[in-house]
Design a binder for this molecule. Structure first.
Ligand code: SF4
Length: 288
């Protein structure tokens, strides 16, 4: 370990000892328990987070996975392993949930990209996993082109509200020819997206009347709710596990803004985050 990394790790350990395991509102959501059956440590919720019991169990299971993978000390490599595993297991779960749908009911298909024109929320763990994937799969020229595209889209979106960014003028930076170019590592929120009516999706994004009605209502169209409930439960478990068990900053970020920081920034941003620092503060998702 370099001396800079060792200093960061020591500082992170000191900060973890000093800080209580509480969120900004002073609440603690997780509790550590010992499984009487096998003696292993597991994580439980102090109180339900969701109305559905299966979602609470899923959130607790995701938090237990955080503990199982990161163990005593979080590292960037450990967080990447954890996130890849969570993305893959969520994909399998959502596929199983969607498989219960009546044949032909799901409107989503390859090339349909209406839902890829809006602010996408991610955690730092997801953004770092996307960045690691890009570094492993893209050439230097491709990364440079992506960096330029991300910067242009970010400048175009600067200062706009979420409603204003729900527009054909604001495609996701990873949307290429109607498809997701980071499909294997796309965020959890994208995995839950689904629709029962592609015409409705097109109307609310592209037609003035449909768009105005959608924005006035403030919620989406017809869809299967279980995949959305599933991704929210997994995401909550991961966020709480990372923040309460390891004091890592797991607040929701704007995908576009955090990818700009990662593509333009210092190669050690990920290590700094894993050491308990908050290098992605500028990408915090604005709630408006
Ligand atoms: S990451 Fe992929 S699936 Fe998600 S909004 Fe962007 S292009 Fe669409």
């Amino acid at each position: 370990m370099s001396s800079r990394k060792a200093e960061r790790a020591a500082l992170a350990r000191k900060r973890r000892k000093e800080r209580a395991f509480r969120d900004d509102a002073g609440r603690v959501h997780l509790v550590l328990q010992r499984d009487p059956a096998n003696g292993h440590e597991r994580v439980a919720l102090k109180a339900p987070l969701f109305a559905e019991q299966w979602q609470n169990e899923l959130a607790a299971s995701a938090a237990t996975t955080v503990l199982g993978v990161l163990r005593r000390e979080p590292t960037l490599e450990g967080v990447l392993e954890l996130t890849r595993s969570a993305l893959a297991s969520t994909e399998r779960l959502i596929a199983a949930l969607l498989a219960r749908a009546p044949a032909g009911a799901l409107a989503c298909k390859s090339g349909c990209d209406h839902c890829c024109h809006q602010v996408v929320g991610v955690t730092a763990a997801e953004a770092l996993t996307i960045h690691a994937h890009l570094e492993a799969t893209r050439s230097a020229d491709e990364l440079e082109r992506l960096k330029t595209r991300v910067a242009e889209l970010h400048e175009r979106a600067r200062g706009l509200s979420s409603a204003e960014r729900f527009s054909p003028a604001h495609p996701c930076a990873f949307l290429e020819a109607g498809s997701c170019s980071i499909y294997e590592v796309r965020p959890l929120s994208c995995r839950g997206m689904n629709s029962l009516d592609a015409g409705e999706c097109a109307s609310k994004l592209r037609e003035p009347e449909g768009r105005a009605e959608f924005l006035a209502k403030g919620h989406g169209g017809r869809c299967f709710v279980e995949p959305i409930q599933a991704f929210r439960a997994v995401s909550a478990g991961l966020q709480l596990g990372l923040s309460e068990l390891y004091h890592l900053d797991a607040r929701p970020l704007d995908l576009l803004a955090v990818m700009r920081l990662l593509l333009e920034g210092d190669a050690e941003l990920g290590d700094a985050w894993a050491a308990g620092q908050q290098p992605f503060e500028a990408a915090l998702r604005e709630q408006r």
